[in-house]
Design a protein around this ligand. Sequence first.
Ligand code: GLC
Length: 734
Amino acid sequence: MTQLNTASARGKLPLREYLERMTLEEKIAQLIQLAVPFFEGASDDGQITGPMASLGIDGHTVRNAGSVLGLAGAQETINVQRMHLAHNRLGIPLLTMADIVHGFKTIFPVPLAIGCSWDLALAERSAEIAALEAAVSGIHVTFAPMVDLVRDPRWGRVMESTGEDPYLNALFARAFVRGFQGDDLAGNPDRVAACVKHFAAYGAAEAGRDYNTVDVSERQLREFYLPAYKAALDEGCEMVMTSFNTVDGIPATGNVPLMRRLLREEWGFDGVLISDWGAVKELIAHGVAADEREAALKAMKAGVDIEMMTSCYAKHLSGLIAAGEVDEALIDEAVLRILELKDKLGLFEKPYRAADPEREREVVFCDAHRAAALELARRSCVLLKNDGVLPLAAAQRIAVIGPFARSGDLLGPWSWTGSQDAVVRLSEAIRAKAAAPDAVTVADGCGIEAAPAEAQWAAAAAAAQSADVIVLALGEHSDMSGEAGCRSDIRLPQAQLELVRRIKALVPGKPVVAVLFNGRPLDLHGVIDEADAVLEAWFPGSEGGVAVADLLYGDANPSGRLTMSFPYSVGQVPVYYNAFNTGRPQGAPDAQVRYVSQYLDIPNEPLLPFGFGLSYAAFEYGEAALSADTMTPDAPLTVTVRVTNTGSVAGIETVQLYVRDVSGEVVRPVKELKAFRQLELQPGESAEVAFELNERQLRYYHSDLSHTSDAGAFVAMVGPNSRDVTPLPFALVK
Ligand code: GLC
């Protein structure tokens, strides 16, 4: 492609000179992002059909559009770019953007699963591989990472987040941005620009219903929801995407306080801000714009540079300027940011960048990438229960029963270029482990939601009766997660719960292992109480079937730790570990029996807490200790604990450090994750972990939004998860 890039380079003008030479119409076109069919050279041959023409988009607009959404494929992008450059008067290259959220063709586990690995290096590597596969396929920008903090598993998009903790989400946000972008976008065309989303607090949608109202205090916003976006930007993330929801009564896409004052002025972000799909026009439905003209006005005033998929800008910006309602300087600012991004990507000199059909064939879905996906899938699964039936033995006769026994639907809802055909099915992967292939029988047992036909049940019953161990492969269809994939009932579908009951009744006492393929924390009643072991596999990606079989047979030892609480039931939601104590906490020494914060019918605690996960090894924690019982701003503390693997196999333990501010100027969470360390220990091996704890880690947003710490009583807590911790009181003295 070097020749192609060289031949096309026309010599770049100073960016401001493009601006001076551009007509107003050409400037406005730069702010428009269109889908693939609009573009000549695309496989749809860019025909502008009726529906598109109704968007007010004409051929001239397309030829001058700033960017395209969802175009992929080296040759396809080369064709479209070539046609675009041939028609664009000033030779301004087209920017290609797409959703590469957890892999391009090599699909990694969904981000909620990656979060459960607690391994930032593997997360960064997954983004680097995704970037390479996308870049050689002609993509310049990915709409990722999604860093929305989540607390409500009814919401379909929790699978796209790394969970409920702001500190951990911020670390993963940085890792993903580093992996996608590297440190030299212009010099390294094998990386892509990242776009952190969805700004802001999309995960706080009321009732877990997508696109629903978000109404949190500014303090909650800053304490919990904003840190991960800020971390992504501090890591150099080039773009931000607006969220569909309101923030304090104003839709994010038209929200001047959020976008102009906080994002651009307070945080100093001067990169490209893109609306989410249709969010500019949705200002009308929200009820803050009377029509598309006012929607364009409000989005431009909020600083939205690119309008994705609607045409309010295309139709109305020139009229708004002519009427003096929008200053052309705002358009110039937006255009300049877009040109600067194209320049950072080196597109003026190399408009085809890394697009290369030959390299595409070499690197996309190559063995090395699949090996990385396998490793991350092994590390992302979480062992939730094991009454000794795992690991399996090769000599055992196994019945693999359930709708996911033979399913390729392991990629999750954001894998638009991944191929289910290439996914090794769980049943195949288990058969490859068994001593005798015919020792493994397979039956669907039921549909994901469909009750079994009698023949289906008969086959499942026969398989169960012939086996030593039953592996139930259960879960949600990937369409039951992801965007607009919200569920009010977060149990497994009834057909699958019935299958579990019937199998247990048919062969009482026979070991049953449940493997779950799903995109959210579930209400596990009917599964975890029936099965002898439960492995949460999430949507584990292209290599997920192999990874799960490796874990079931002990060729890999489960090490995942939950980054989102599993509720006791949906009635508990939202339930999260870093909650406030309330004035009537349950279980307090002087607590009354009835008049405390509790339910009459279920416990307050989640079924499985943040940070939880089991292993085939056994990790014993020694006496935790503090280096002193007081801290000052200049004299941090050290928290030490020794961990020993008293088991018979090697394993990875994630030692977690939490802190509680016993009394603040505002209420403070009962605990907050402040650090963690992963230890790989051989049988009998032990290691001492020493965490530094300093005053900066005790800072929080006060009622006046100052971010400072207060002298007073604190408790450090260390342990294997957010529940089973050792308290270590100390004081901050100022
Ligand atoms: C969708 C999603 C967003 C995605 C965009 C482009 O509506 O909300 O995450 O990046 O559209 O596909």
